[in-house]
Every structure is written in C-alpha cells, then in structure tokens.
Ligand binder design. Sequence first.
Ligand code: FAD
Length: 536
Amino acid sequence: MWGPGWRDRLWSDLDQDWDVIVIGGGITGAGVFREAVQKKLKVLLVDANDFSFGTSSKSSKMVHGGFRYLKNRQYGVTYEAVCEREWMLKEAPNLVTSLAFAVPDYQAARRVRWEFAAGLVIYDLMALKWAHRKFDRQQLLRLCPQLNPAGLTGGYLYYDAEMDDSRLVLRILQEAIAAGGSALNYASVDALLRDRSGKVHGVRLRDTSGLNDRAQECRASVVINAAGPWSDAVRSQIAAPPRLRKLRGSHLVFCRADFPLQQAVTLVHPSDHRSMFALPWEGVTLIGTTDLDHTVSPSENVFASDQEIEYILQVLNASFPALELGRAQIISTFSGLRPVINTGKPNPSQESRAHVVWDESGLITITGGKLTTFRIMASEALQKAIPYLPTGLEFKLRPPIFDPPPCDFGQANIDAFAAAHLTGRYGCNVEDFLQASLPAELKPIESLPNLWAELRWAARNEGVIHLDDLLLRRVRLGLLLPDGAAAWMDQIKSIIQPELGWDESRWLSEENRYRQVWLSSYSPSPEDTRLQTVCV
Ligand code: FAD
C-alpha cells in the first residue's frame, strides 16, 4: 500500500485525468475519498502536510451525538450524529469504543434538572437504547472519588464513544487505497487550474516533504476542497470571499497515575460556566477544550496559549481539588482549529457547528461539522459534485466497508486487551501485522496500550515521511509519554532507522525537526517558534 518507493511511483503517475481530486487528508477528505473510490471513480487525495495533520489529529477524541445540542432543540443534528455514533461503534469495534460520561450535579448548578433528565431520555431513545442512569451523591463519589464533594448532590451517567482520531483517518484512507484510490501526503495544492469559462478543472501540486523539489499539474473532472481551517485559503484562489471563523480548542494531557479516571466527566468551568470534558484515552487522561477565535493564519503554528493552559487548570482544580494538579504534571498539550461559518456571534461557542457544502466555479468546498458525521459530509459533498461526474452516480450513506477480520492471536502470545487494540487499529491488516512483527516487539510500551511492533509496522507500511508523522499521528508517543518520549528515543531509533533507511545525518535532522515540532505545539509549555515545518 505505502510500501517502498510508493511516493516516487505516485508522483510519476500524477499526470493523468482524474475523476476527483480531494484537497485535504483529514477526516472530511478521507471520507469523501473512500466514498468516491467505492463508486469506482479515479480519485486522488492530497495533503500539504501529513495525513490528519490538521484538526483531525487534535480533536477531543469523542464520537458523540452532541448531547448539548438538545438544549438548543437541534434534534435533527443530534439524531444524525447519534446514528453515526452507533454505526461506528458497530462497524469499527475497538477503534471506536463506548465511553461512559459522568455528569456531576452541584447545588449551585444552573441547569434545569428535569430538562436535563428529559434530554438524557431523548438522547438514549435516539439510539434505541436505555443506558443512562441517575446517581445519588454517594454513588457518584464511588464512581469518581476524586470529584470535588463540596455541594455535590448526585449526578447522571450517559454513554457516547471515543476513538483515536488520527487512526480513524488512516484506516479510512487505507480502505480507500486498498479499493484503488491514490493518496499523497506532503503535496500542497498551490494553485487551482481553471478552463476558459473559469471552471476549476485541476490543481497544481508541489512536493512539500522537504526531500524533493518537484511540482505537477493534475487535471480532474471535479476538485473537492476538504482543507478544514485552510478551506478559505483554497477558495481565495478563485477569489471567493472568506466565510469561515477559525476557533481554537486546546487540551492538556496527564498521566493516568496522576489523573485517574474510569469514565469521562463533564465539567463546568467556574468562571464562564462553559461545558468541558475530562476523559480517559489511550492510557492517559485528557482535559479540554477551550473555544477561542484564532485570528492568525492557520499556517501559523497552532498551540495552547499560556492563558488557555491556566483556564483549563482552573476547571481541573475546581472539579478535582484533591488531585492538586498543576503545570508540573502536564505531560503534553495539543491544540486544533475548528472552521465554523462566521455569523459574527459575540461568543464563539454560539456559532453553529453544522457543516456546509458550496459549489463555487466547480470547486466543491465541504467544511465545518464534526468528525463523528464524516460519512454524511462525504455523501453531501459528492452529491454536489454529481453534475461534473459521469452520469448515473448516486451518493447515499453507503453500507460500511469496515470489516473486522477473524484473527488468531493465540500464536502471538498477547492478551485480550492488546488483541482488541490491534484489531481496532489495523482492521483487515491485523493478520499481516502479526506476521510482520518480531515477537520481542509484541510488548507494550510502558503502561500504554501501544506495542513496540506498531512503530516498525508504521514505518514500513503507513506512509511515514518524517519522524513527527510517526510519533504524533501513527503511534502517538509524543502525546502519551513525558517529554515527547525523549527517554525512549534510542529504542525508537533502533526500530525505525533501518526500516526507513535513514543514515545518521537524516536521523539527526528528523530528531531535531520532531523536537522542534513537539516543543512548539505539544509540550507542556508550547512556544511560538514560527516553524517552517508547516507547509500550507
Ligand atoms: P482537517 O483535519 O484540518 O484537515 C484539513 C487538511 O487539509 C489538513 O491536513 C491540511 O494539511 C490540508 N490542507 C490544507 N490546505 C491544503 C492545500 N492547499 N493543499 C493540500 N492540503 C491542504 N469532532 C468530533 O466528532 N468529536 C470531537 O470530539 C471533536 N472535538 C474537537 C475538538 C476541537 C478542539 C476541535 C477544533 C474540533 C473538534 N471536532 C470534534 C471537530 C472535528 O475535529 C473536525 O470537524 C474535523 O477534524 C475537521 O476535519 P477536516 O478534515 O475537515 O479538517
């Protein structure tokens, strides 16, 4: 799939007539790509950075119906997302997993209790299940002993789901590639090609890997702009006026030992009463998110500001005072941009999260929305593209192609937890993964669910160009281990250097580049170093 020489082969193959070119390898682009490939169209997906480099590796990791939208009576939006959540739980088991959310209730809470309880009933009924529960104070404290007990009256428990966002994108890309699609990372669309009538009919690509100096014009019946927060920049090439507002959301990451949680907890910020979440994820605990206007270009380094870190620590300490967590315990941070339609609402959190599809001179833009509803967004984008495509096509919600294979893990001598983890991440390739792995590397990395063998597999098969692709998106050690996994670098090097054929000087430059990316965007005190590594 992404085996040796794949990149050069694909570059030399670009000069052909494509049915569809998709700009952006986040969840939106990946969804469009897979759906178009399933229709037997000739499809090329390109990303200026790594796959899932943008918002799709920096989300809150929830697959959710959006319980809070019920408060605004957005029943249709919630129902759609709840159905998608249920579909993903069924079709991508172990990659998307059910997650309980505790909602503590305090004497001073502003919510109307009967409305909240009714909302939970509606939320469950939408999924045709009855899973929520009401707890008294003692029961809730047993469930979540670290919660602030002062004024706690009880609470509720309901269910949504969580996933590894980058791995979900990768899995969808891989399924589409296996079905005949072509996907290229580090290939930026620098210009849109237009015919005499002004209709967009292709793109000019530039290799942004830093390893080759090459460019290529590619023609297509239709170009789909799935560039997330960069969508306006792509649209500006056809002089379309900006319509998006970019909202930055940041998270802090803590070791599970410091911040132990069995389930997610919904938190209310003490200063502005915004809803936030803390959730267990991949062996660590995440807490976030902020929701702020990001006024500089998304090409600039996106990172959690000092004020955002302080703001998140405030809700953490108000909700879990006994843990006494502060900056010293943060192991990493991350920050993403949410593109929403700019209606000029004074409070960013009031802007609608709904997705939009536009056709401007044959450039189809699909943006907004959320990761959970990627299939719906893909179908709508392709519906809009139908006038430019061969006749007779119809894009409805497709039957899934996620296909968890039966696999015999007995030989591999790994436990059920690791087996589930591998099935979720590698889907149909899990058998190949086991065969390719060295027995000594089928061991967990510290207390994480990841195995050392995943590094070798990713380096060999998952389109890794730079070390940061590997450590921040394929296997997320840069987020999950202290100091960006610096203490484990020798072991990482011994596995991946031979796989990627990097000599000593390439290794050093990759290590340096990774360190800079980590320090500037993912460390506990990220700095604005204006990196050149962001290529858009
Ligand atoms: P992106 O993931 O940003 O992808 C766009 C891609 O386009 C990038 O990889 C970029 O490199 C590429 N690109 C840009 N310009 C060019 C160019 N010129 N040429 C080629 N490529 C280009 N949703 C949920 O369902 N659950 C959640 O828990 C959740 N939490 C969130 C938390 C935060 C803080 C934020 C900000 C969003 C969250 N969302 C969540 C929303 C969800 O993450 C986004 O809707 C989704 O990831 C957007 O994906 P995308 O593919 O549209 O954009």
